[in-house]
Design a protein around this ligand. Sequence first.
Ligand code: NIG
Length: 411
Amino acid sequence: VSSFLVTGLSELTTLEESTGVIRDAAVVIEDGRFAWVGRAQDAPAADDAADLGGRAALPGWVDSHSHLVFDGDRSAEFEARMAGREYAAGGIQVTTDATRAADDARLAALLSRRVRAAVAGGTTYLETKTGYGLTVPDEARGAALAAAAVDEVTFLGAHLVPAGSDPEEYTRLVCGDMLAAVAPHARWIDVFCERGAFTPEQSRRVLEAGRAAGLGLRVHGNQLGPGAGVELAVELGAASVDHVNHLTPGDVERLAASGRDAAGTWRPGTETVATVLPACDLSTRAPLAPAKALLEAGATIAIASNCNPGTSYTSSMNFCVATAVLQMGLSLAEAIEAATLGGARALRADRESLAAGTRPRAAGTEAPIGRIAVGHRADLHVLDAPAAIHLAYRPGMPLTHAVWRAGERAA
Ligand code: NIG
């Protein structure tokens, strides 16, 4: 196994308490993991080396929420929305029709292009969902394609009741034959618990069926209005509830209390992470999710792109982090943590969750993600800037300089 030394890191944000932000830093990568992290002056010798010339670096983004398996165009819907029309879940059917009509090769090529774009923007760990197939074969196809292209696959057959279907019959299909066909390709199950999509009662059935099939739970909740999504997610021990735009004080308390025992002690790997989706909020002109209030209450938050053709057609985590700082009131450190370690926690792939054994279908040998620390997967994002604050200071600028994913140069 050869070792690779990266030097010339003016500022390394490690997300590890003991090391914090290291000035004039270096890392050694070996066998896909970080083998050494510290000050460049103390770095050990390695087989090969690269000098990044005084640039800031941080863990690769962990994008824990995206919908990348799709075909079709919804730009007219977006334009109408910008002219005043409200967003409704029904647009999902338009993408579903186009996705069903695409052949496998076309869908795989579209997906792979989207994954490449995400990685080029500093994303090194990517979750994606099915949910634009909505028949047994189309959902199974979406899941199989996703499993070949990304790190984590989520089954979202419960995205919309497809046109012409009875909601109860369709929910039974999702919990039965569809789940059986998709589960071998997926780690998670998700449900769009919202007016116009699935009721809290249907959502519960979907999640319980997924859990019985060995999948971990995720929920789309409280996006378009107040609702039962957060409550259901916390009650069932979901790893994440995503969107969270419309929260009651009770919802915030529930999220803050999740992952803690009665004495308030943190139980790693058991919390329900509140995943905020800044690009989606802007793109739907929704009230921004209360990320700062959630943090202040003690909840764990993640930032994800929600890249999809309806509500958030961008995979740029740099943009999401800039928006979280500029518009949601997070500090740079809070936003970076939410988009790296927070995403890892939302996928239960952080060190503590792996140690607690709460990751669904864990391989047992996988490297934790979300930090720059010895033993973690070597996912490194180097910026074309001397300090990470440039992400928010120069929003929209091409700041990703280099990306290593599991120890391999990826961009
Ligand atoms: O996360 N909320 C549900 N699903 C997507 C939107 C899907 C679509 O409109 O195509 C989301 O925003």
